[in-house]
Write a protein that binds this ligand. Structure first.
Ligand code: ADP
Length: 391
C-alpha cells in the first residue's frame, strides 16, 4: 500500500486531481467529507456537539448549522478545542478504518486541505501539492459561485506557497487548462505511483545507473522532507543528511544519503520493519569500507536501507551513533564542505568514474572504483582535523 497526501490551496484544483486519481483506481479519502460525516444527523458526534454548544447550533431539520457553530467558536480557543476534541478523534478513527479496509496493493490518496498547516507531510510516502496563482483561484472559485470576500478570507487563512513547496514531493502546476494538469496526473500515476506502490509492497528499492550530475540547489530541501519521514518512522531518532548531495556545490549522483542514529545493530534490526513500511526497505547488514588503523572490524558494520520511490532515490545507512562509520561520514561531509580544493578534486574523480561505469545498473562497481581515492582522502581529512579544525 502506498499512502499519498494530497493538498493545495482552496480553488487550486485539488478535487479535480483527486477525481482523476480515483479514476485510475486510487482509494481517495476526503478529509472534508469525513469532517461532515462525523456530525451528520443521528451521529454521536452531532449529539456531543449539541451537548457542548446548545440546541441553537441545529437548523430546523435537526442538522448542524455550520454558520451558527462557527460563530460560537470564532475567536474562542477553548470552544474550538472542545469542538476539535469531539470531531478530530472521530475523523482519525474513520480515516484509519478506511485505510485498513483498502486492498493490500492500494494507492491511498488522502485529500487534506490543511495537510501543511497540520504538519502531516511526514506521514505519507509522497506528498502531492496542486498549485495555481491566487488570481486564478479567485476566478475559479467565483465560477463555482463563491463570494469573492469569502474566497479571499479562506485563502488568507491557509498556508502560503513557500510552506507548501517545502513539503511537496510533487508540485502539480494547474495554471493551464484542465487537460494539462490531468495529463500530468496520468503520467505521475503510471511512472511513479504505481511503481512506488509495488516497490513498497514487494520490499524493493528503486535503482538506477550511477550518473553524476551538477549540484542541485533543491537537494537540501528534498533531504529535509525525506529526513522528516525517516525520523518519524524511526521513533524520532537523529537523522543526518550525509554524502555528496549534502555538500553544497559538489556534483553527485542524484541519490540522497542519510544516516540514522542507533545505539546498537540490534536496535537497527528492530527498526527494519517500520523503515520498510515507510518506503525504505532493508538490504541487510553492510560494512563501511573506509577503515583506518587496526579498528575492530565489527565496529564498522551498519544496516543498509534504500528508498522505494522511483522518483527520488535514497540510501539510508543505519549506524551506531559515535561509532567509526558514523563519525567518518560526518567528518567527511564537513571536510568537503570546508575544503573547496578537495571538493573539486572529488567531483572530477566521480565524473570520470561514472563515465567509465555507465553500464553499471546498481552503482556497486562505481562505488568500488572510488575506494582508492577515498582511502587517500581519509588520510588528508585526518590531517585536516589534526590541524585543529573541528567537525
Ligand atoms: P479545490 O478542490 O482545490 O478547491 P477544484 O478542483 O474544486 O479546487 O477546482 C476549483 C474550480 O476550478 C472548479 O470549478 C474546477 O472545475 C475549476 N478548475 C480546476 N482546474 C481548472 C483549470 N485548469 N482551468 C480552469 N478551471 C479549473
Amino acid at each position: 500500500m502506498l499512502r499519498v497526501g494530497l493538498s493545495g490551496g482552496i480553488g487550486s484544483g485539488k478535487s479535480t486531481v483527486a477525481r482523476r486519481l480515483a479514476e485510475h483506481g486510487a482509494v481517495v479519502i476526503d478529509a472534508d467529507r469525513l469532517a461532515r460525516e462525523v456530525v451528520e444527523p443521528g451521529t454521536d458526534g452531532l449529539r456531543e456537539v449539541v451537548a457542548a454548544f446548545g440546541e441553537d447550533v441545529l437548523d430546523a431539520h435537526g442538522a448542524l448549522n455550520r454558520a451558527a457553530l462557527a460563530a460560537k467558536v470564532f475567536g474562542d480557543e477553548q470552544a474550538l478545542a472542545t469542538l476539535n476534541g469531539i470531531t478530530h478523534p472521530r475523523i482519525a478513527a474513520r480515516t484509519a478504518e478506511l485505510i485498513a479496509a483498502a486492498p493490500e496493493d492500494a494507492i491511498v490518496v488522502h485529500d487534506v486541505p490543511l495537510l501543511v498547516e497540520k504538519e502531516m507531510a511526514p506521514l505519507y510516502h509522497l506528498v502531492l501539492i496542486v498549485h495555481a496563482d491566487v488570481d486564478q483561484r479567485l476566478a475559479r472559485l467565483r465560477g463555482r459561485g463563491m463570494a469573492e470576500d469569502d474566497a479571499r478570507r479562506r485563502i488568507a487563512a491557509q498556508a502560503d506557497d513557500d510552506r507548501r513547496r517545502a513539503v511537496a514531493d510533487v508540485w502539480l502546476d494547474n495554471s493551464g487548462t484542465p487537460d494539462l494538469v490531468l495529463a500530468r496526473v496520468d503520467a505521475l500515476w503510471a511512472d511513479r505511483l504505481v511503481r512506488y506502490e509495488a516497490n513498497v509492497r514487494l520490499r524493493r528499492h528503486a535503482s538506477g545507473p550511477p550518473i553524476v550530475v551538477p549540484y542541485d540547489e533543491t537537494w537540501p530541501v528534498q533531504a529535509a522532507r525525506v529526513a522528516a519521514r525517516i525520523r518519524l518512522a524511526a521513533g524520532g531518532r537523529r537523522v543526518e543528511h550525509i554524502g555528496s548531495t549534502s555538500v553544497p556545490g559538489l556534483a553527485a549522483k542524484d541519490v540522497l544519503d542519510f544516516q540514522l542514529a542507533v545505539t546498537s545493530l540490534d536496535e537497527a534490526a528492530e527498526l527494519e520493519e517500520a523503515l520498510t513500511q515507510a518506503g525504505f526497505p532493508g538490504l541487510g547488514i553492510g560494512e563501511d569500507t573506509v577503515r583506518h588503523g587496526g579498528d575492530d572490524q565489527s565496529r564498522w558494520l551498519k544496516r543498509l536501507h534504500a528508498g522505494a520511490d522511483p522518483g527520488r532515490r535514497v540510501n539510508l545507512h543505519v549506524r551506531v551513533e559515535g561509532g567509526p562509520g558514523w563519525t567518518w561520514a560526518m567528518r567527511f561531509r564537513d571536510w568537503l564542505r570546508a575544503d573547496a580544493r578537495a571538493r573539486d578534486e572529488y567531483a572530477a574523480v566521480k565524473r570520470e568514474l561514472s563515465e567509465r561505469h555507465r553500464g553499471d545498473a546498481d552503482g556497486f562497481a562505481y562505488g568500488d572504483a572510488k575506494e582508492p581515492w577515498m582511502d587517500a582522502a581519509t588520510a588528508r581529512m585526518d590531517a585536516f582535523y589534526r590541524d585543529g579544525h573541528t567537525s
